[in-house]
Design a protein around this ligand. Structure first.
Ligand SMILES: CC/C=C\CCC/C=C/C(=O)SCCNC(=O)CCNC(=O)[C@H](O)C(C)(C)COP(=O)(O)OP(=O)(O)OC[C@H]1O[C@@H](n2cnc3c(N)ncnc32)[C@H](O)[C@@H]1OP(=O)(O)O
Length: 310
């Protein structure tokens, strides 16, 4: 069996000790090979990778070996099924290409991601709801469970599913005057436990509980003060540089040891999630289908549209 040196956590969890030691040998060979490749490539231009995705792009900096994954679904990167699927494809591609790390960002000028596309949940059928929620779960676990160093260059607002993606990463840099948070309770809905896990990884429990129950959207400055974001940058370019510096901080660390250490921190959340994921889909369908929730979604969408026309 061919084992990759960068084993997604969800797969590493299922490995036997023998498979793990075999992946260490593979790891050493692959590191040698990729270091040689990197030496050859050093100084070369940025490379746009050949993903067959519609709504994401991946660009690898040949000098640093870091991949930038950009979401590009105007106007607000709301997460429809296509964007969620493209995110997964791009993450897999970055992992397979042995990049040194992944930076998630947005092509929009003022929005990182507006969260789930509410149109996908409104006035639809159960099968569509099942697909939407399953793809959200899949995109989250692909990012949260990646053994690569991950960082989010949050170059705009990041409500709900936007915050979910940002907190699935290990490091966050945000531009000023934007908002980030899990605002589900404000929409009358409950974020399941797995959806809160990234948030709970970075915030003290008391701060997280209050923020989640209030559905609080933090300003950039507030998010920095509580630790929801690690740094503030004055522009997207600066945010990308700071994310690269974070990923670069692992340059001298054995990447398998680094990845497995990350796994130990996240394994419990991942196992819990794997246990309940199907039930969670059923819960979501039941909740999102309720007439009062559908009514609230309709009102929410109308208000968003009215706000846009002002
Ligand atoms: C039943 C469910 C159970 C459990 C779910 C739990 C998990 C849920 C996760 C979610 O992610 S739900 C989505 C939550 N998202 C939001 O509440 C964000 C709403 N959007 C905004 O606050 C703002 O749009 C903004 C992101 C701050 C950007 O503001 P801006 O002024 O730049 O843009 P504008 O508001 O004018 O929007 C432009 C355009 O986009 C439409 N839009 C915005 N967000 C969404 C969205 N999430 N889904 C679908 N469409 C969205 C908005 O209506 C405008 O459309 P228009 O051009 O046709 O008017």
């Amino acid at each position: 069996m061919k084992l990759s040196s960068r084993i997604p956590f969800r797969l590493a969890l299922k490995q036997t000790p023998e498979q793990r030691s075999s992946s260490i040998d593979t790891y050493q060979r692959t590191m040698l090979h990729s270091n040689l490749l990197r030496l050859v490539a050093r100084g070369g231009p940025k490379r746009l990778m050949s993903t067959a995705t519609k709504l994401t792009t991946v660009e690898v900096n040949d000098k640093t070996g870091i991949a930038t994954l950009t979401m590009n679904r105007p106007p607000v990167n709301s997460q429809n099924v296509q964007l969620l699927e493209d995110l997964q494809k791009s993450i897999t591609e970055i992992e397979n290409n042995k990049s040194r790390g992944l930076i998630l960002t947005s092509a929009m000028s003022n929005v990182f991601s507006a969260g789930l596309d509410i149109h996908e949940m409104y006035n639809t059928n159960e099968e569509r709801l099942r697909i939407v929620w399953t793809e959200l779960q899949n995109a989250w676990i692909a990012l949260y469970g990646s053994s690569l160093p991950t960082a989010a260059a949050i170059n705009g607002h990041a409500p709900a599913g936007g915050c979910l993606l940002a907190t699935a990463c290990e490091y966050r840099v945000m531009v000023p005057n934007c908002r980030i948070g899990l605002n589900e309770t404000q929409l009358g809905i409950i974020a399941p436990k797995w959806l809160m896990s990234g948030f709970l990884n970075v915030l003290p429990k008391r701060v997280a509980e209050r923020a989640l129950t209030q559905g609080r959207m933090f300003t950039t400055q507030e998010a920095f003060e509580v630790g929801l974001v690690d740094e503030i940058a004055n522009s997207k370019e600066e945010a990308l540089e700071k994310c690269s510096a974070f990923i670069g901080s692992f340059a001298k660390v054995n990447s398998l040891a680094r990845g497995l250490t990350k796994l130990q921190f996240r394994a419990e959340n991942i196992k819990e999630f794997e246990k309940i994921r199907e039930k969670d889909v059923a819960n979501f369908i039941a909740l999102a289908s309720r007439p009062e929730i559908q009514k609230d979604m309709g009102i929410y969408l109308e208000n968003l549209k009215k706000k846009g026309k002002k």
